[in-house]
Structures are given as C-alpha cells and as structure tokens.
Design a protein around this ligand. Structure first.
Ligand SMILES: [Ca+2]
Ligand SMILES: [Ca+2]
Length: 129
C-alpha cells in the first residue's frame, strides 16, 4: 500500500506500533532485506524505491528528528544517501532506500510504502505497508 506520511503514521499507531526508527546499520540492513523480500511488481504505484520511516524535520528545517522527538544523531543511524537530504520541493519526511538502506528526504504528502515497527517481546517485529 502506498500512502502519505501522516496516514502511514496513523496506520502504524493504530496497530500499536510506530513508523520505523532505524537504530543501527544492522537494522537498516534488516529493513533493506525486508523491502527486497517484496518484489517491486507488488507495489501498486508511486516511487517504488523507498519507504517512509519515522523521521522528519517538521519542527526546524534541516534538523531531522525521529517520530518520538529525538535528534536523529541520537538514533544510531543517520546515513543519508549521497546528496541527501536535498529538500527538492519542500521535502520534510524521511525514507529508506530499498537498494542500499540509506536515507532520503521526501515530500510528506507524496505516496510511498512505509514501514511500521513494533516493540513486542521477544523482539521487534516489522511490517512493511
Ligand atoms: Ca528501531
Ligand atoms: Ca530528497
């Protein structure tokens, strides 16, 4: 399913999770593997190369924070793709690329796939939307 970021956030919250926060290179690699598990052909439309995650710079342009309000520097993962964040056309929301696990910023109202994260024992479970 491809939806805009606010809807993705609500979907994750409604299921008891949150838009994924990447906390390590290993988690980024896991998300990349997960995204690639789903063939590109199963994504209906929009940009198929990346999925929304839980980072944004709504509060201060260029200062990315996680969806739980922490500075991205404290998240454990801030590997932007080359040239990102580039802010073409007011890009305020973050995404992860399926081909290299690096970050990009996107327009929040464009439609993309998204990744929810859940904190449930025995470990985190991630569902690709
Ligand atoms: Ca995480
Ligand atoms: Ca960008």
């Amino acid at each position: 399913m491809v939806i805009e970021l606010d809807d993705a956030r609500r979907m994750c919250n409604g299921e008891g999770g949150y838009l994924a926060i990447v906390n390590s290179p290993g988690e980024a690699e896991f998300l990349q593997t997960l995204m690639n598990y789903y063939p590109i052909s199963c994504i209906s439309d929009a940009d198929k190369l990346e999925a929304f995650i839980g980072i944004h710079d709504y509060f201060q342009a260029g200062r990315y924070v996680t969806i739980d309000g922490r500075n991205i520097e404290k998240s454990g993962y801030q590997y932007w793709n080359d040239g990102e964040p580039n802010n073409i056309g007011d890009e305020r929301c973050g995404a992860i690329y399926r081909f290299n696990g690096r970050l990009n910023n996107l327009r929040c109202h464009d439609k993309h796939t998204y990744i929810c994260e859940y904190k449930r024992p025995p470990g985190g479970v991630v569902v690709l939307g």
